[in-house]
Design a protein around this ligand. Structure first.
Ligand code: CMP
Length: 147
């Protein structure tokens, strides 16, 4: 089925946005909406609330608030799973080993697994939550189905 997912280009990869957007197009995604957003601490904590208390949480919040992020709603057949595949493994070191052509292998920081440059929703339910988080002004139907 056609789905929508939330993609982020994180602060340290914003300077590579042109290359990342080229891959987005080559992988068959349509960019439905895009925004440039500077997250504050409490917004970043809310976005990543499922990771609260994890050992990497504080550094993740620092990373995600270090500069502007680019947020996209992407549409495609099986968009959620396909975008995750295009991203590659979460950890840049693993991505470089196992999926060298993935976005995280190409644009993540090999010295810091947290600094993986890009994000994608991990399930349809999280895509719905994350799209609403970054695009609160869209009606739910517009955000989720394009209708
Ligand atoms: P992301 O897909 O945006 O979701 C959670 C983020 O936490 C992840 O990408 C990384 O930037 C960061 N992170 C750092 N260490 C880990 C880890 N061990 N497991 C998962 N995420 C991590």
């Amino acid at each position: 089925a056609i789905q929508r997912t939330l993609a982020l280009i994180k602060p340290d990869a914003v300077n590579r946005a042109t290359e990342i957007e080229k891959t987005i197009g080559e992988e068959g995604f349509t960019i439905v909406e895009r925004r440039t957003v500077k997250l504050n601490k409490s917004e970043a904590e809310q976005f990543y609330e499922e990771h609260t208390g994890k050992p990497f949480f504080e550094s993740l919040i620092e990373y995600m608030t270090a500069g502007e992020v680019l947020a996209f709603i992407l549409s495609r057949e099986e968009a959620v799973a396909h975008w995750r595949k295009v991203l590659g493994p979460t950890k840049v070191s693993v991505a470089r080993q196992d999926a060298p052509s993935s976005l995280r292998a190409r644009f993540g920081d090999p010295d810091n697994d947290s600094h993986n440059g890009t994000h994608g929703s991990d399930a349809v339910a999280s895509a719905q939550r994350e799209i609403k988080f970054f695009f609160p002004d869209l009606t739910l139907d517009a955000a989720l189905t394009g209708e």
